[in-house]
Design a protein around this ligand. Structure first.
Ligand code: GLP
Length: 240
């Protein structure tokens, strides 16, 4: 795990975007693993600026998102489908048919999980997976637990995650209780991983990453098992 300290959130976002731009220029049909949450928004904005300036072409890029609430309709204001449209897809020349997000409207969550993992496997898993991190160390929606599922699966959200994500909803009661998420095993199959850690609230979990131990109770520590992980963190996360 390689750690890079950035002074500010904006600097972190620029640096993450530079890594993504490098990949897309080198491999125009790259497969990106994308994340939601507020952390990657600055990175997506930088990518949108580069695309608008004619410096970056998404026409052959493919993507897989990490997770989605379940059940949730695609057009719900809080679905991750809507988030990705609003924060990236609608502003760059990516083809929507090349973007994949677990389907929160699927009749069977279990069948959707199997289908999603099969499409990831068929595509060969992402060239680069961008990740945010939960305050409790969750990755995607892989919540702290004694056991973690390897591949795409359904999950009951932790109370702390429901509370943390309530800021996006009218009330905490409106936050869905379940989600579909890629498993830590699926995530570890990406060729490269870029983990973004920003803000004072992530101080505790950043320290857990600096620590050498690996535990399913802080799912992000499993990323230490991957040979090519870069952690970009800002001074707010470092100093708390
Ligand atoms: C959600 C997402 C995660 C994300 C986390 C942190 O729970 N499922 O993928 O990393 O939020 O979000 P934020 O970046 O807003 O702190």
């Amino acid at each position: 795990m390689k750690f890079i300290c950035c002074n500010t959130y904006d600097a972190l976002s620029e640096q993450a975007a530079e890594i993504l731009k490098g990949l897309i220029r080198e491999k125009p049909n790259a497969i990106l693993g994308l994340a939601t949450g507020s952390t990657p928004v600055g990175t997506y904005r930088a990518l949108i600026r580069a695309n608008r300036a004619g410096e970056l072409d998404f026409s052959a890029v493919r993507s897989f998102n990490l997770d989605e609430y379940f059940p949730i309709s695609q057009n719900d204001a809080q679905s991750y489908y809507t988030f990705m449209r609003q924060n990236l897809f609608d502003h760059v020349n990516i083809r929507l048919e090349n973007t994949k997000i677990p389907n929160g409207e699927a009749k069977s969550a279990e069948a959707e999980c199997a289908l999603y993992e099969a499409s990831l496997a068929e595509a060969g898993y992402p060239d680069l997976q961008i990740l945010g991190i939960g305050e409790n160390g969750h990755i995607g929606f892989n919540e702290p637990s004694d056991r973690l599922s390897e591949s795409t699966h359904t999950v009951d959200l932790a109370e702390s995650t429901i509370a943390a994500n309530a800021r996006f909803f009218d009330s905490q009661d409106d936050v869905p209780r379940r989600a579909i998420t890629m498993g830590m095993g699926s995530i570890l199959k990406s060729k490269k991983i870029l983990l973004l850690v920003s803000g004072k609230k992530k101080h505790g979990v950043l320290n857990a990453l600096f620590d050498a131990s690996i535990t399913t109770h802080i799912p992000a520590t499993l990323l230490k098992l991957h040979p090519d992980v870069t952690v970009l963190y800002d001074l707010d996360a470092k100093n708390g």
